[in-house]
Write a new protein. Sequence first.
Length: 379
Amino acid sequence: MAYSRPRFDIADIVRRHLPELEADASLGHRQTKVLRAISRCRTAAMGGHVDVCPDCGREHPSYNSCGNRHCPKCQNLAQEKWIEARARRLLAAAHFHLVFTEPSELRPIAMSHARLLHGILFQAASATLLELGHTHLEATLGVTFVLHTWTRDLRYHPHAHALVSAGGIALDGSRWVPTSQKFLFHVHRLGALFKGKFMALLREAQERGELGLTGVAFNVLMARLAKRKWVVYAKRPYREAWHALAYLGRYVHRVGISNSRLLEVADGQVTFRTKGKATATLPEVAFLRRFLLHVLPEQFTKVRHYGLYASPKLLEKAKAHLGDQAIPDLWRKPAPDDGVEDRLIAIVECRDMLCPDCGSMMARKHLPRPRAPPEGTPA
């Protein structure tokens, strides 16, 4: 099936409302920086090159991408590269997919203290899994987490997807310890332990004065958190490690919404696909504001590894214990010949250099980024 370009582009919506949003004091520097990057992505403002046919004069400009991790157009290639890199480190064993969610009572705090709250989420969830691995299996598990902050309709809903090996290396390093193929740990036990660890980390943050809450407000919050049931979502295990990685890989470089989900942009309204056949419609500015809820703090690490996946030494031991017979063909195949890949890219680029009108070889000319005018120059 031929690729068809999406009808609508979030960047066009951003460009229409960028001056208004830049003047909005409620938006932070990080959010306006993301908007500017998206508005310039693959435009002349980013520089690039132009292919010119010397015979018929046809010109075809191509502009550089912004590379911002929140840009909907810049994530597909990054996703494929991540999957390829992780495949070489993934254990050839079944893996479980779990989801740990920040309680709704904490979302107002998470919006203003994202780095702190998301960090606590990672700490509590990873400590829960590693502790249960030690106590129930007497083994160290391999765990990879990916943070997501959105629902399909772009509401704020921070949660972490976990890819967990169905077993681990014995604490003394002597053998591989498998776990049940039906479930990793009981979800009620997971939820209770996660709750205890998360709340303990919240208390420590409050004692350090990092939450910005009065003592009374904090006590009320903790009472509400103590009453509720904390649920950890668990799916059936992936029997093939590659399937688990491919699934998780879709989450790693995904942003809140892609251009392909935009169904209609008209009369100042945006209609987009949510789940299945369901849709949502928002005014353009409200749509952008909801999108901006999911801008992460500067240099925040949204993918984190624990246990075996955080220790190259333990990981190699685990692979040795699993043995070559357990490793699917994917891991036994030699790495691609970089020279072949380079030659294929060269062939494709050569084909693209032919003029579609007359077939002549087009000449490529570099397009530098336009320089900003000197300070004080009238716009």
